[in-house]
Ligand binder design. Structure first.
Ligand SMILES: C[S@@+](CC[C@H](N)C(=O)[O-])C[C@H]1O[C@@H](n2cnc3c(N)ncnc32)[C@H](O)[C@@H]1O
Length: 217
C-alpha cells in the first residue's frame, strides 16, 4: 500500500534513481568539499543521521564515526542505504524525524542532509526537539541543504502564509508530486536553533549550504 504521507510516497518512488542528484556536474565541487569536510566534524563521535535516504552521506561519515545510527522514515531508500559498501558498522533504523525514539540512544553528533528543506516552517521546533532529545550536551550538529540555485530546475509553484513553498516534481513514471521545499536564510537557521544550540556557523556553497552548531549543555 502506498504511504499516505505524500512526501514519503514521493521518496519511496524516487529511491531507485535518487542518487542522480549527486551526479550533476555543477555540484561536483561542493560535493567534494562536503565529502572531505563532514568526516572532520564527526570523527571519533557517535553519530545519529536523520532522513539518511539512500545513505550517500552515511557512507562518508560512517568510516570515521565511533558508531553511527542512520534513520529514515521510508523503507525503499533505507534498503538501498543498507546495501552500500562500507556501511557494515552502521545501524539502520526506520524512524520518523519528528518522533525519534529513545531506543536509538544518545549521540555526540547529528547529521541531516537535504532534510530541513522538507520540514514545514511550523514543524521545525518539533523536529529539533525530537533531535535534541537524542543528543548529548556539546553534540555537533551539521545540516546541509540546497541553496536557491536549485530553483532553476524546480521553480516555486506555491506558497502559504507561514512561508512554506512547494515545487512540482515529475518522476520517471510520469507521476506528478507537489513537494514542500523551503529555502531558509542564514538568519532563519540561527533563530531556529537559538533554544537548542550555540556557536552556529553557516557556509554558503555554490549549490548547497552547510549549517553547523553545538548542542547546548
Ligand atoms: C531529500 S531526501 C535526503 C536523503 C539523504 N539525506 C541525502 O542527503 O541524500 C529526504 C529523505 O527524507 C525522508 N523522509 C521523509 N519524511 C520523513 C520523516 N518524517 N522522517 C524521516 N525521514 C523522512 C525521505 O524518505 C528521504 O529519504
Amino acid at each position: 500500500m502506498p504511504d499516505p504521507d505524500p512526501m514519503r510516497a514521493y521518496y519511496a518512488a524516487r529511491a531507485p534513481y535518487y542518487d542522480d542528484v549527486y551526479e550533476k556536474p555543477e555540484r561536483r565541487e561542493d560535493i567534494a568539499f562536503l565529502r572531505a569536510h563532514l568526516p572532520t566534524v564527526f570523527a571519533g563521535r557517535t553519530v545519529l543521521e536523520v532522513a539518511c535516504g539512500t545513505g550517500y552521506w552515511t557512507q562518508h561519515i560512517a568510516p570515521v564515526a565511533a558508531a553511527m545510527t542512520a534513520t529514515d522514515a521510508v523503507d525503499e531508500p533505507l534498503q538501498l542505504a543498507r546495501a552500500r559498501p562500507g556501511v557494515g558498522r552502521v545501524r539502520f533504523e526506520r524512524a520518523d524525524a519528528y518522533e525519534l525514539p529513545a531506543s536509538l540512544g544518545l549521540f555526540e553528533g547529528a547529521f541531516a542532509g537535504l532534510w530541513l528543506s522538507h520540514v514545514p516552517v511550523e514543524r521545525r521546533g518539533e523536529f529539533l526537539a525530537s533531535l535534541h532529545r537524542r543528543l548529548l550536551p556539546g553534540a555537533k550538529v551539521a545540516l546541509i541543504d540546497n541553496s536557491t540555485v536549485q530553483l532553476r530546475d524546480f521553480p516555486i509553484a506555491g506558497r502559504d502564509a507561514r512561508g512554506n513553498t512547494w515545487q512540482e516534481r515529475v518522476l520517471k513514471d510520469g507521476t506528478r508530486h507537489r513537494v514542500l521545499k523551503n529555502f531558509p536564510a542564514r538568519e532563519e537557521l540561527e533563530a531556529m536553533i537559538a533554544d537548542f544550540g550555540e556557536r552556529p556557523a553557516f557556509r554558503e556553497l555554490a549549490n548547497f549550504w552547510l549549517f553547523e552548531y553545538e548542542a547546548r549543555g
